[in-house]
Design a protein around this ligand. Structure first.
Ligand code: NAD
Length: 487
């Protein structure tokens, strides 16, 4: 098979197989062909991975932070050197066009390794003066952290979890999505090559049951999940039962608000990036595009014109800008929402069906789709579709659009387009979302904390903020005088 790994899991610095585990394939979404065949972890493999992490963490926690940083910096360099090879693998596993994976996947993982590698030596505590005595704080690791990934950005998600966890002195057991199991294994190899001690980063494969066993494992201190809201609720409940720390990066139905003074071409570019990049399979997508009624017709006309330029086809061809959806079930789900939009009375501006790519008849391709005249109560405007389906809604009044934008249980991201600087900040200030953009959309540099309000998540990834979620503070009071007691 085209992308068969040496074995399914990576534990203690080596590939490990579990032939008694649940077998599953990795499918290339452009052709439907199996590119690898793996086994889910059985109980022994899960225990071995956690045990290996326990041992590795002892060595790693005793490694000076600056040295930990050097390992991450070396990993960043290797990720960049192998960017093409890693991007091709990611394209095979996810179906995302190479045009994207070459710049947005392993490359952003490298940025993340570099950022936390650079931060390593700066992670200090504080000194607190208390008169004659004093206190100090130390930032200590949590222990073994479990990372559980979604399928849309497999190596990026693995890096976004591993880098801050490792820089703080933790070990990690990472379980990729069963839909995209391959690139995390390559990351594990690269970390070993960069000098990471054995056992500090391990990969085990499997479905949700393997994830749940990792979460419940008594030697695991923390779990960081990227996934859907439903899975987040289950994982957070299980972690809560064991009083484990959590980071939850979950779904969204985010608003992108375009005022009548916006630059229309820039706003159209942002709406395209917010809905069609990665074939719409991005958690922070601005899928509810609120457009001021004064510019709605001009916006929709330009959007339809530009969308007609999308190049659907072979993801390995660098000219392709839209690849297939990740799986057959995602394909069916998205087609279902496309049909629902019309049934609910939205006006189809373009797309709305599967797409025929002659050279790849078995691929899970759909057309980039725009619905206009969408109403707030429609299901297409309330439920996360996770495909290239844009809902355009009209508005006239600032206060009203803010209220409508916030009328959701989710709060991952939001964007505003206007040339009025005060309005931009005033509106952003009132939007209930963890990651916001003014006059752009969906840029997520590692320097900027990322995460959701409301049901979109708990905690933050990236930036200095992530350090808070992978470390704990020890406060130490130092008595410089005598000790008084009541008797
Ligand atoms: P999913 O929830 O189906 O699966 C996510 C991961 O959780 C997979 O690895 C899966 O095996 C595992 N899992 C499932 N059930 C589990 C359980 N009971 N216990 C432990 N682990 C379990 O999500 P998906 O379909 O892979 O990804 C799409 C979803 O992820 C979308 O909702 C999207 O918005 C969200 N997402 C969020 C972010 C973010 O950063 N906020 C990023 C990407 C994707």
């Amino acid at each position: 098979m085209r992308a068969q790994p040496k074995a399914s899991h990576y534990i203690g610095g080596a590939y490990v197989e579990s032939p008694d585990g649940h077998p599953f394939p990795s499918i290339y979404p452009a052709t439907g062909e199996a590119i690898a065949s793996l086994f889910g972890a059985d109980e022994t493999t899960i225990n071995d991975a956690v045990q290996s992490a326990v041992e590795g963490q002892k060595v790693w926690a005793a490694t000076p932070p600056v040295e930990r940083g050097r390992v991450l910096l070396k990993a960043a360099a290797i990720l960049r050197e192998r960017n093409r090879e890693l991007s091709e693998l990611e394209t095979l596993d996810t179906g995302k066009p190479l045009q994207e994976t070459l710049i947005a996947d392993a490359a952003s993982g490298a940025d993340c390794m570099e950022y936390y590698g650079g931060l390593a030596a700066t992670l200090t505590g504080e000194h607190i003066a208390l008169g004659d005595s004093f206190a100090y704080t130390k930032r200590e690791p949590l222990g073994v952290c479990v990372g559980i990934g979604a399928w849309n950005y497999p190596i990026q998600i693995a890096c976004w979890k591993a880098a801050p966890a490792l820089v703080c002195g933790n070990a990690m057991v990472f379980k990729p999505s069963e839909v995209t199991p391959l690139s995390a294994l390559k990351l594990a190899e690269i970390l070993t090559e960069a000098g990471l001690p054995n056992g500090v980063f391990n990969v085990v494969q499997g479905y949700g049951d393997v994830g749940a066993q990792l979460v419940a494992h008594p030697d695991v201190a923390k779990v960081s999940l990227t996934g859907s809201v439903d899975t987040g609720a289950k994982v957070a409940a299980l972690a809560g039962e064991h009083l484990k720390k959590t980071t939850m990066e979950l779904g969204g139905k985010s608003p992108l608000i375009i005022f009548d003074d916006a630059d229309i071409d820039n706003a159209v570019s942002a709406a395209i990036n917010a809905n069609f990049y990665s074939t719409g399979q991005i958690c922070s997508n601005g899928t509810r595009v609120f457009v001021h009624s004064k510019i709605k017709d001009a916006f929709l006309a330009r959007l339809a014109e530009r969308t007609a330029n999308a190049v659907l086809g072979d993801p390995m061809d660098e000219a392709t800008s839209i690849g297939p959806l990740v799986s057959k079930s995602q394909f069916e789900k998205v087609l279902g929402y496309m049909a629902l939009g019309t049934q609910e009375g939205a006006r189809l501006v373009c797309g709305g069906d599967k797409a025929d790519v002659a050279s790849m008849p078995e691929g899970f391709f759909v057309q980039p789709t725009v619905f206009a005249d969408v109403k707030d109560k429609m299901r297409i405007a309330r439920e996360e579709i996770f495909g290239p389906v844009m809902c355009v809604l009209d508005f006239e009044d600032e206060a009203d659009v803010i209220e409508r934008a916030n009328d959701t249980t989710l709060g991952l991201a939001a964007g505003v387009f206007t040339k009025d600087i005060q309005r931009a900040h005033r509106v952003i200030d009132q939007l209930q979302a963890g990651t916001c953009w003014i006059n752009t959309y969906n840029l997520t540099p590692v320097e900027m904390p990322f995460g959701g309000y409301k049901k979109s998540g708990i905690g933050r990834e990236n930036g200095h903020a992530a350090i808070e979620y992978y470390s704990q503070i020890k406060s130490v009071y130092v008595e410089m005088g005598g000790v008084e007691a009541a008797f």
